[in-house]
Design a protein around this ligand. Sequence first.
Ligand SMILES: Cc1cc2nc3c(=O)[nH]c(=O)nc-3n(C[C@H](O)[C@H](O)[C@H](O)COP(=O)(O)OP(=O)(O)OC[C@H]3O[C@@H](n4cnc5c(N)ncnc54)[C@H](O)[C@@H]3O)c2cc1C
Length: 406
Amino acid sequence: MEKKKVIIIGAGPAGLTAAANLLNHGHEAVLLERTVFPRVVVGESLLPSSMEHYELLGFMEPLKAANFAVKPGVRFIKYGRNYDFSFSEQFTDGWHYTWQVPRADFDQIMADVVTEKGGDIRFGATVTAIQTEPQVKVVYEQNGQLTEVTGDFLIDSSGFGCVVPQLLGHEVLKGQYPNWAVFTHVKDEFRHNFPEPERISFDILETDLWFWMIPFSNGNTSLGFAGNKRHFENIEGDATEYFREKLKQSERFYDRFKDCEILFQPHWYKGYSQSSSVMYGKNWVLCGNCAEFLDPVFSSGVALATSSSMKATETLLKQFAGEEADWEEYKAYMEQGIGVFRSYVDHWYDGKLQDIFFGGVLNTTFKEQICSVLAGYVWDHNNPFVRRPEKGILSLHKVVELSQLT
Ligand SMILES: Cc1cc2nc3c(=O)[nH]c(=O)nc-3n(C[C@H](O)[C@H](O)[C@H](O)COP(=O)(O)OP(=O)(O)OC[C@H]3O[C@@H](n4cnc5c(N)ncnc54)[C@H](O)[C@@H]3O)c2cc1C
């Protein structure tokens, strides 16, 4: 088979997954990454479904060796009560755990694997111009110099950069959800004074505002607030002071974190949801966040990123082999997975899903089926909560309402 050269914009999980799959099949990958690793990036709570991809592509051993904190499930907290999903009790036959990862370390490990496989990662390289036909040409700026690189295909996995849609003039819808977020890391030095110190938790502060705490095995913890922008007021001053003040809203966790050192100026994400109107074209495709990003509440971003890159590169490998490559199927596949999460996000913020979790109506079967969605298995059509997510959620919500009548 003829060796092809693929240019990949962005070396996050989407770009590195795509690169690894192409390199494993004997093709060339040139990755252009704006930042220099290691770099802080949000997206630290993984989902079990992405573990399959790490295993399949050869990332698993070095990732395991990093001893990341194990995430065996997910805990939501409301009205002072916990509601736990355990990934070992789920409908789909999948992974029972995943990890909580500082992305600086996680992405670096993935990047090292890609380099070992022969991938050419150019750090500090910001893509500024592209041509997709008749041949792919990409111009990037690195250390004040412009360089052109040519290839057979272009994968845009630039996350919020949305490079290809912007440069080709395709519309990128921003802020479909009116949500913002702010996050930082703290030195979690008092964690052992508290029960289950490494347990990841989502504290629901209001129906449309929640707080995350994602403890890492390195002794630090990621803390963040996400929700409707109306909950983020008077943010002009010092972001660290703002964050410390905001911590008071989490009754459950304030004591643990109030005196912790804040490790970097909190990062803001204003109107983070985004969706590109066109997902592929001649000689190019979008993967990961760049195609669509909904909301972090179910930690679906990295899993959708690796799933999209697996599917896109499978399609591309067919194209390279001279077989029929159905890019509409790629698009439909992504719309399916994202569509399932969209229902859950919609009904999270209208409160229905929270009513279901805390309404005492979930029997074991329903709970396991929903757990598989939360684990990222959103293509398992045997699961009724995947096949018809709206119907599943609304029916269960009716049960909650009925139970409140009696
Ligand atoms: C507040 C918030 C919390 C989140 N929490 C979670 C979570 O807990 N779990 C989860 O799974 N997901 C979470 N996410 C989503 C997660 O961050 C992303 O889904 C994930 O990082 C997507 O990976 P990616 O490879 O598509 O993009 P990214 O990881 O963003 O990588 C894109 C890369 O492209 C590079 N780039 C951009 N522009 C250019 C350019 N012009 N030239 C060259 N390179 C460029 C960037 O530097 C970056 O490294 C969260 C998102 C937000 C906003």
